[in-house]
Design a protein around this ligand. Sequence first.
Ligand code: GLY
Length: 255
Amino acid sequence: MNRVQVATKSKVYDVCIKAGLRHLIGDAVKKVTEPVSSVLVITDTDVAPLYLDDVVLSFKNEYPVYTEVIQSGEASKSFSVYEQVMTKALESSLDRKSLIIALGGGVVGDLAGFVAATYMRGIRFIQVPTTLLAHDSSVGGKVAINHPLGKNMVGSFHQPESVLYDTEMLYSLPVKEWRSGFAEVMKHGFIRDLSFLNWLQEIKVIEEMPIEQLNTLLEKSISIKAEIVTVDEKESGIRAHLNFGHTLGHAIESD
Ligand code: GLY
């Protein structure tokens, strides 16, 4: 298991990186947080057919596990989908000891994290990223939905209890997804570590890299992010470096 500690002022937690980790989420929850009363797994229409059953089964019927599947895509970071998920949480009688699992890429992580930040004024959640790109957004506690007038304009800082990264799941991603995720990895090299950037440039076919190399790559990239959010959790200074390329990217996406 590769592991990175994220030590923010509001919470200290681990990012655990391991092939096949989705089958062990139930056990991992017991190790990383206080006992829970029930679980709501939030995922999307791309991920659910592939991995939702594995995650639900990992809880071995030890407590109620509810699921909510949202439409995949950025449009789901909306007030209406936020309300849909909140309704599911209320109908499932989630309480203050319940836990939300965000099983998906950045959209699911941001939305589920914002639901966790605001349901009953804040409950625990765990990020289970399923894309390479989400190695950035799943760490550091930025959670949000979009407003028609701007991306991520309604949100919070709410740190997860843990980030459980099953790198096996990344191998079902389309090449385009690997490339956009790799750009985010390179960003961490550009802003902080030239030797890491040089090492990344040796990788020829990113979607075919061996899983051990992928685990090392994620550990290194997430360590850079962890160092930054440790000193500046709420982006009053150096954390803005993590937005390198994002502002332009958001402008292109919204065009
Ligand atoms: N994705 C940029 C940040 O977490 O600050």
